[in-house]
Design a binder for this molecule. Structure first.
Ligand SMILES: [Zn+2]
Length: 157
């Protein structure tokens, strides 16, 4: 029997270590949390995607009384970004969250499995890695690619 390991490269950065472009994307993701509609979970998530055409698209989680009908911030944002700018490649995504007490979550948030799968597909069709910035109150995790969030991913490509 052979064994193998999958290593996930994560850079842990203070806010002042981000590039100006990353800082802007993080700020847009944080701002998007204030547009969340989360009356049930009280967990307000925002995402912002840097597109290859220079645009930044942001979005937030949108819940519904019929609970599975709601959508996470990441999918709200990536579906809107690709429907609005279908020719643009996703270059980076930042994701932030505020908890029930309205504070930004201390530990950087990471996407759910469904969002990882959705983001991976946009990375594949874009033909280049999407940088991932997972935002916490005091630090940001930077990953070079969505693949790092979803090892051994299912893909038709
Ligand atoms: Zn999700």
């Amino acid at each position: 029997m052979k064994k193998t390991e999958i290593i996930v490269p994560i850079e842990v950065l203070a806010y002042d270590e981000l590039t100006p472009q990353e800082s802007q994307l993080v700020a847009e993701a944080r701002e998007a949390t204030f547009r969340s509609y989360a009356p049930y979970s009280k967990f307000k998530v925002g995402a912002a995607i840097q597109l290859s055409n220079g645009e930044i698209v942001s979005g937030s989680n949108q819940e519904n009384a019929a609970y599975p009908s709601g959508t996470c911030a990441e999918r709200t944002t990536c579906y809107y970004a690709h429907s609005r700018y279908p020719q643009a490649r996703f270059e980076a995504i930042a994701i932030a969250a505020r908890t029930e007490n309205d504070e930004f979550q201390a530990t950087p948030i990471s996407p759910c499995g469904a969002c990882r799968q959705a983001l991976l597909e946009y990375e594949v069709i874009g033909g280049a890695p999407i940088k991932v910035l997972l935002v916490g109150a005091e630090q940001v995790y930077r990953l070079p690619s969505v693949v790092n969030l979803l090892p051994l991913a299912f893909t038709e490509f």
